[in-house]
Design a protein around this ligand. Sequence first.
Ligand SMILES: NC(=O)c1ccc[n+]([C@@H]2O[C@H](COP(=O)([O-])OP(=O)(O)OC[C@H]3O[C@@H](n4cnc5c(N)ncnc54)[C@H](OP(=O)(O)O)[C@@H]3O)[C@@H](O)[C@H]2O)c1
Length: 293
Amino acid sequence: MKVLVTGASGFLGWEVLQQAKRAGWLAEGQYRHTPIAGGHKADLIDERQVSGLLQHTAPQVVVHCAAMSKPEECARQVQDSWKANVEATAILASLCADNGIKLVFTSTDLVFDGKRGHYAEEDGLNPIMHYGEHKAEAEGRVLSLCPGSAVCRMPLMYGQPSPGGQSFIQGFIARLQQGKTLSLFYDEWRSVLQAADAAMGLLWAAAHVQGIVHLGGPEPLSRYAFGQLLVDAFGFDPALIQSCSQESMVFSAPRPSNCSLNSMFANSLGFKPAKADIALRQLAQGNPMAVAS
Ligand SMILES: NC(=O)c1ccc[n+]([C@@H]2O[C@H](COP(=O)([O-])OP(=O)(O)OC[C@H]3O[C@@H](n4cnc5c(N)ncnc54)[C@H](OP(=O)(O)O)[C@@H]3O)[C@@H](O)[C@H]2O)c1
């Protein structure tokens, strides 16, 4: 199988590219500003460039990880978010349909309002910030423009950095290495997932999924509980992790409380991601601040 990974300079796309190569796929990556070895430069909001990219790489599968992925940035630059998250995705979906290419789209748990948690694929969407709204709109465009696509709702993810991106744990680890405390929410839950499992899940979805699938981690964790697992795995002083409430902070993008995902459908078909304590211990054995290879 030949796969093109968009956003391959970014945190998740880079991991998908590495995992695909390791699994024996013919894999190529696209970037926009951050060059990657052997990668193809393209701005996906330009239809001509997307068309040229697909002609040149001729993939059977596109795993679409390019996005404006930070909710707070999307809140500050709403038009840019719309272009990157909705318009670029629609252009890609349309061209994938025209060329008979399977599209795997990375959406987010933030399409839900977070009032209930444990969301299943068929639950109603109610995003509470621009990023979630735009990803929800993009999901709809993908499904209508390119029937047969896989829309994968991803949770909060962690892992090693990429050439142009990183996960939330790098900031945590940098602080803890300096002996500084971390205040983490006890009232914000996510089905946290390591990037290596997320990447394998996306490649699995390319072969097995048409429509929407949830690729959440095996257990819902509060940020505080995750922090406790992290200090344990990396051997930091547990006293450096302190708990606080979401309500004690002000954000430019509202934050849903419980966006945990019910991933039973994917689990029943073989998607079995590692629990965070195990995955974090594995990460701690290497260098979690170095670009994954
Ligand atoms: N990270 C998470 O925890 C998380 C959670 C849920 C869902 N997701 C979803 O997972 C996907 C990957 O997220 P990520 O964290 O890996 O993002 P990221 O690290 O911010 O990477 C974004 C990538 O998109 C590329 N890009 C942005 N705008 C582009 C444009 N107009 N044209 C072409 N490329 C463009 C960037 O390229 P350059 O850097 O080269 O400019 C970069 O490679 C996204 O769909 C995101 O919504 C992520």
